[in-house]
Design a binder for this molecule. Structure first.
Ligand code: DGY
Length: 403
């Protein structure tokens, strides 16, 4: 059951004002306070708060309604804010929003907070804004008994044990929708880079080895006109497909369920079962979330079914690919190469992946300044809405918000 977001802080702060007001004014204010808070808590499906105004002077001052509102907002402004921990400074806009609503403690170092420190910091916090590098599981929740919301600054949320949070009434939110195009761009960057040997060529030129144009230098593989197999056809997968149309590619996809026919038509995308997709694709791009069904999805049998000329692109989550099997597939030339942004145990890179036909990136899919700004703002909006008694835009366990 979600803990309500107002009661503990509202009552006592309002009392000093209440004491100087008439019974009628107090009753009226109480009505206003209660109905305003009730409306907002009902909107976000939280338990009804209890705002108690205990005493009042007997002399009626007949305070006008406007003044009651003023007192209510003043009381709200002077309420102690919810304490939250933010594991990264994020950007100024998000900081400003968070600070306007919450009592914020930011982790300002670039290095991730060590586990011990993290647990110590969240001990007295009601809210947590975290990156995908922070694991939020039972141990975190035990260490933070006051925690009511975890706002993950990522669309993927495999770092958060959502069922454990739900059991303890802790709301979890993420940042969907704001990073699709940027991540799709990056999947394409990897695809073009590995197919056209951009990184190899760059290193060659930088090293001062280039003696002049040569007919056979760094010949790669065409991307245009080839078949692109997209595994996971949600927003990011579809954004990748959209770009593929411009490259005149044949687009095939596999996903849990087939998408609506009109979207298939719009994207010229055809559904394939997994084996058909593996056999047909020249490039396979992964866009599934990491969960029990997708962990190790790309394993040795899958690589065996791919074309020896095909490339694997992964901008989803590392553990979707069995890295040992991928290294074996590369070594035995079962596939032609890979473009990888994510890894099984980040930041560890399997030594077998450090090969010329593999382009490696340090989990940069959404890493544009604009998109990281949007992600930070979305995460801040989720927190702000929650502590203002409104429904956060991106709940992952919305059942906690139901009345
Ligand atoms: C996400 O949001 O899940 C990405 O992996 C990081 O931006």
């Amino acid at each position: 059951m979600a803990r309500n977001c107002h009661s503990e802080r509202s009552g006592p702060i309002f009392l000093p004002f209440a004491k100087r007001m008439s019974v009628r004014a107090v009753e009226e204010s109480q009505l206003i306070v209660n109905s305003a808070v009730e409306r907002s808590t009902r909107a976000c499906g939280l338990r009804k708060p209890t705002i108690v105004i205990r005493s009042a002077s007997r002399k009626s001052l007949n305070l006008p309604r406007g003044l009651c509102y003023f007192i209510y907002f003043l009381a709200q402004a002077t309420m102690p804010k919810a304490k939250i921990f933010i594991t990264h400074p994020l950007y100024p806009e998000a900081q400003t929003l968070l600070q306007s609503v919450c009592d914020c403690e930011f982790w300002s170092k670039q290095d991730r907070p060590p586990k011990e420190e993290f647990l110590r910091r969240i001990k007295d916090k009601e809210g947590l804004v975290c990156l995908l590098t922070e694991r939020v599981g039972d141990d975190t929740l035990r260490a933070a008994p006051k925690l009511r919301i975890v706002s993950n600054v990522a669309v993927g949320y495999d770092n958060v044990d959502v069922p454990a949070c739900t059991r303890r009434g802790v709301l979890v939110t993420n940042t969907p929708g704001v990073l699709d195009e940027t991540t799709a761009d990056f999947a394409w960057a990897l695809m073009l880079a590995v197919a056209r040997r951009v990184v190899e060529a760059d290193q060659y030129v930088r090293a001062g080895n280039w003696q002049g144009w040569n007919f056979d230098q760094y010949c790669g593989t065409d991307v245009w006109g080839k078949t692109l197999g997209i595994v996971g056809f949600g927003r990011i997968g579809q954004a990748v497909a959209h770009r593929a149309q411009g490259f005149g590619m044949k687009i095939i996809y596999n996903s849990r369920k087939r998408i609506a026919e009109d979207i298939e038509k719009q994207l010229s995308a055809e559904y394939r079962d997994m084996n058909a997709l593996l056999a047909e694709s020249d490039f396979i791009s992964l866009h599934v979330p990491l969960n029990g069904d997708t962990r190790g999805l790309f394993d040795a049998p899958k690589f065996f079914r791919m074309k020896p000329t095909a490339f694997l692109i992964n901008t989803s989550r590392g553990p979707v690919v069995d890295e040992a099997a991928l290294v074996h597939a590369l070594e035995s030339k079962k596939i032609a190469g890979a473009g990888l942004d994510v890894f099984e145990q980040e930041p560890f890179i399997h030594p077998g992946l450090k090969r010329p036909n593999v382009v490696l990136a340090p989990h940069l899919g959404s890493a544009s300044t604009e998109t990281r700004g949007r992600m930070a703002n979305t995460a801040a909006q989720n927190i702000a809405a929650f502590f203002q008694g409104q429904r956060p835009p991106n709940p992952l366990n919305p059942e906690l918000l139901k009345p």
